[in-house]
Every structure is written in structure tokens, then in C-alpha cells.
Design a protein around this ligand. Structure first.
Ligand code: DX5
Ligand code: ZN
Length: 213
């Protein structure tokens, strides 16, 4: 299981210290939550801060867009060369086209599904996707409770992905901790995002290792 700590739970007054700490603690990716105050009722960071994160991170960035104008934000973040850019399918009229655009920059492309969105929504996109991210909370804030229906949903997606594109990773985001990691592993999840669990733990290294099962 790969682990992507969410910088949303970092201390933004000590951002460099916290980004270096999760990288040194052995995380696999650095998860960056970009919120625009329209698609979700919260506003976070733009390219100025994300480029500062990119400079001190020694692990690749996983940029999660929670925005209305996906193409505009993809163009803004592509020069920072994250490993992944993921966008919400609920907010995109032409997901197939946007996936090709992300990949044209040499960046891996992923689609995000809100808790209510059917996994079948990605069926005809799967062969082009590098990642599908399933939200296990409503997007917008860290520290929320894990929505359990993501477990059967991940299982369904796992079966579909194995048939169509076994290389496409399944990521789960929201409320992930040592309490649900085993279940996520059992249904074939490849990557987990963890914000409050990692940043509130007495040892970031212990927290990350407890999820890398
Ligand atoms: C929520 C974000 C998550 C969040 C995870 O909109 O996409 O990445 O920061 O935080 P926790 O792990 O605290 O739920
Ligand atoms: Zn996220």
C-alpha cells in the first residue's frame, strides 16, 4: 500500500519543515488538495504555495483538484510537474479530453469520484487512466469520518480495473487510519491519502508505516 499524506493537515506556518518531515518519514507521494471555494466550500492553495512545496518535497506530488474550471487549473499546475493530477468527474463535461491533456504534459492522469458517484462512471475511461481516486469523505475538509460505503465501491472498481486496465491505481481519500487500512487493503486499494491521522500522530514515521501494509 502506498501512502500519500495530505499537506492540508500540515502546519502552514512551518510548511517546509512538515513537507520535509513526511518525506523523511518515508511517504510515497505528497498529496496536495487544491480547493477553489466554488466546487467545495473551502479555499486552499494555488501554484505559488504548491511550487514552494515542490521545491522542498523529495517525493512526487499528487495534486487533487477540487475546482470548477479543471482545464484552467491543469494548465496552472502542469509546469510544476506533479506525478499525478486528479480531477472530479462530477465537475467535468469532457473528462476523456482532459485526461489526454494532462497526459500530453507527461503527467499521470486520474479521475476522482465523490461518495455518491457510481464506479461505472469511469468504465469507458479506465483504459486511459493512471489512477481512480475514491472519496471516502465529502471533499472540502480534513479530519472528517470515513464513509464505509467506499469499501464495496472499491471492490467493484477493483474487479472492473483488473479486467480493463490492471495498471490503473485505486486511491482512497478521507478519514483513513490504522482502523480501516486492513479493509482497504483487502478490497484491492493501492494508495491511501491520510491527513489528520499522519499529522496528529506522535510519530509521522510510525503513522505512515502503519498504513504501508
Ligand atoms: C478532503 C481532502 C483530503 C483530506 C484528507 O477534501 O481531499 O485529502 O485532506 O484528510 P483526512 O485524512 O484528515 O480525512
Ligand atoms: Zn485530497
Amino acid at each position: 500500500m502506498q501512502v500519500a499524506p495530505s499537506v492540508l493537515s500540515a502546519d502552514f506556518g512551518n510548511l517546509q519543515r512538515d513537507v520535509e518531515a513526511i518525506c523523511e518519514a518515508g511517504c510515497d507521494l505528497v498529496h496536495v488538495d487544491v480547493m477553489d471555494g466554488h466546487f467545495v466550500p473551502n479555499l486552499t492553495i494555488g501554484p505559488v504555495v504548491v511550487s514552494a512545496i515542490a521545491k522542498c518535497a523529495t517525493k512526487p506530488l499528487d495534486v487533487h483538484l477540487m475546482v470548477q474550471n479543471n482545464t484552467f487549473f491543469v494548465e496552472l499546475f502542469a509546469p510544476l510537474k506533479p506525478k499525478y493530477i486528479t480531477f472530479h468527474i462530477e465537475e467535468e463535461k469532457h473528462p476523456h479530453r482532459l485526461i489526454q491533456k494532462i497526459k500530453s504534459y507527461g503527467i499521470k492522469a486520474g479521475v476522482v469520484l465523490n461518495p455518491h458517484t457510481l464506479p461505472e462512471m469511469v468504465e469507458y475511461l479506465l483504459e486511459d487512466l493512471d489512477m481512480v481516486l475514491l472519496m471516502s469523505v465529502n471533499p472540502g475538509f480534513g479530519g472528517q469520518s470515513f464513509i464505509k460505503s467506499v469499501i464495496p465501491k472499491a471492490k467493484k472498481l477493483h474487479d472492473m480495473r483488473n479486467k480493463i486496465n490492471p495498471d490503473c491505481l485505486i486511491e482512497v481519500d478521507g478519514g483513513v487510519s490504522d482502523k480501516n487500512i486492513q479493509q482497504l487493503k483487502e478490497v484491492g486499494v493501492d494508495v491511501v491519502v491520510a491527513g489528520s491521522y499522519v499529522f496528529n500522530h506522535r510519530s509521522k514515521k510510525e503513522a505512515i508505516e502503519s498504513l504501508q501494509i
